[in-house]
Design a protein around this ligand. Sequence first.
Ligand SMILES: [Zn+2]
Length: 190
Amino acid sequence: MANASVMALLGHRTVQHDAIPGGISRLTAEDVAGALGMADISREAYLFGLLKYVGDKTVIHELDKLTQRAVILFGLRNKWRAPFADDDKRSMFFFLQLGRLVINELVGENICPTCNGTGVYIAKARKCSCSNGRRPMPKASMAKFCGMKPEAWKKTWHDRYTACVAEFYLWETEITTAISSKINLFQQTS
Ligand SMILES: [Zn+2]
């Protein structure tokens, strides 16, 4: 099954459920949680899946911690230096917050307020100037959220942040694979 169909079954915003051929009923939150629980995926991907597709916000605390650690490990592999060399606590907070920005972006929280995520600016009857209904947080706001000077964020950390988003997008792949096999099982037994 194509990934697009899987995302549609999970209630992904950008796909028309009615347009899916085959008449497969959508999975319930319990089905998705069950499939994720049985899947051989990382703890991070599991928690991220529960947050994004089941709406389980109780996982956020643990997911934040694991993402912070993952960001630091990713940074070590890429030879980053600590953002605040003389202040470990501040550096740890920075990585915690950066991880949270990554999660927010991957969950799709950056909804454009102009078009309300539709990508169409109805009042002006034209395509919205955002990116398919998403409007990224301004760089200065991201810097502030992480306790970093805007210039340093723009010069160094924004690219690293983008690299983290790409790296942790792998969670989506793990989840999609896990859910796909569950759907195939459904189709065989029903
Ligand atoms: Zn928009």
